[in-house]
Design a protein around this ligand. Structure first.
Ligand SMILES: Nc1ncnc2c1ncn2[C@@H]1O[C@H](COP(=O)(O)OP(=O)(O)OP(=O)(O)O)[C@@H](O)[C@H]1O
Ligand SMILES: [Mg+2]
Length: 315
């Protein structure tokens, strides 16, 4: 019998302060090896700090963390060769060409010349940058720069890849390309932990961790997180939609309302709220209701629900 693989990332009570700010607050989190895990949270939630801690780039004030089997707190230097890090602001050099950037990062990670050539060819093919190796990074499109950053972070064959908001501000086609790449890399066994502000991306991860003010609010598979809201989300199709929104938000038992395409998702305080009461309320506001029915909760609903329970806690 084989024992299950140890987790790629395991933290316990991980904490990091900046003066009065607790950027990461007692984070206890596990990422199984071989998965794609999403780190989701609003600005300032502690995503970047968490990633830097796990890459051994900054020390924690308290707590423990193991990444790829290495104790990051005690042996940060040992974890560096095992992780790849694509920073929120890409760290590639604009005044170097693609080839020069690859060479620079290979040297920085101590990749041998022979290995560097083979691995660069492989990564250039994977990212479809082979034809552009002589081009300055400053002259690449956003999507190409992002793929170059990814290639630079993978030269040394890390076991765990950290990506900090890799698709923020990237066009939809490049986002799709990046996801295809991530799936291929993950298929070859790479564990990927990425932060993202996009709920559609969170839905595509095997596991999601919601952070707010440095704390882990909830974690699990997208399905499990959505299931927690079963019976509490209604979809409202109505005209005019802009008027329906405040009317629905003011209806009793409705915690929050958000636009999802051509409809509104209403998050209810409890599954017991009667849709007919809401319908009557919205209709009184002069809105024509086409349909109001239970909906499958979306990741957006999970996010809103977590944020609103936090606000409630704060009074
Ligand atoms: N070097 C630093 N010095 C002082 N405060 C910091 C530093 N880095 C982060 N912080 C603070 O720690 C908190 C968490 O920041 P962090 O950058 O980790 O969040 P984030 O989730 O990555 O946010 P964003 O979505 O804006 O990238 C914030 O309040 C931030 O202002
Ligand atoms: Mg950040």
């Amino acid at each position: 019998m084989t024992s299950p693989a140890p987790p790629a990332i395991a933290t316990a009570g991980l904490t990091r302060r900046y003066g009065e700010t607790i950027a990461v607050d007692g984070l206890t989190w596990t990422v199984p090896a071989g998965t794609i895990c999403g780190l989701v949270g609003p600005d300032g939630a502690g995503k970047t700090t968490t990633i830097r801690l796990l890459c051994g780039l900054i020390p924690p004030d308290a707590g423990a963390a193991r990444v790829a089997g290495v104790d990051v707190v005690r042996q940060p230097e040992r974890v560096k060769p095992l992780v790849g890090y694509v920073a929120q602001r890409f760290a590639i050099y604009g005044d170097l060409t693609i080839a020069e950037n690859l060479r620079f990062f290979a040297d920085a990670y101590g990749v041998s010349a022979a290995e560097r050539e083979a691995r660069s060819r492989e990564l250039l093919a994977l990212t479809r940058l082979s034809e552009f190796t002589g081009r300055l990074a400053d002259h690449l499109s956003g999507g190409m720069r992002q793929k170059l950053s990814l290639a630079c972070a993978l030269l040394h064959r890390p076991a765990v890849l950290f990506l900090d908001e890799p698709t923020t501000g990237v066009d939809p086609v490049s986002r799709r390309d990046l996801w295809a790449l991530l799936h291929r890399l993950n298929g070859d066994g790479l564990t990927i932990a990425m932060s993202t502000p996009y709920m559609d991306e969170a839905s595509r991860c095997h596991d999601v961790a919601f952070l707010s003010r440095g704390r882990l609010l909830a974690g699990g598979t997208p399905q499990a997180l959505r299931d927690r809201l079963a019976g509490r989300v209604l979809a409202l199709r109505a005209t005019p939609l802009p008027a329906a929104r405040p009317a629905a938000a003011a209806a009793p038992g409705v915690r929050s309302v958000q636009v999802l395409g051509d409809r509104l998702h209403l998050l209810l305080d409890t599954p017991d709220v009667d849709p007919d009461t809401i319908r009557a309320h919205v209709t009184r506001a002069g809105v024509h209701v086409h349909s109001l029915a239970l909906a499958t909760p979306a990741m957006e609903d999970v996010f809103v629900s977590l944020a609103s329970s936090e606000e409630k806690e704060d009074g």
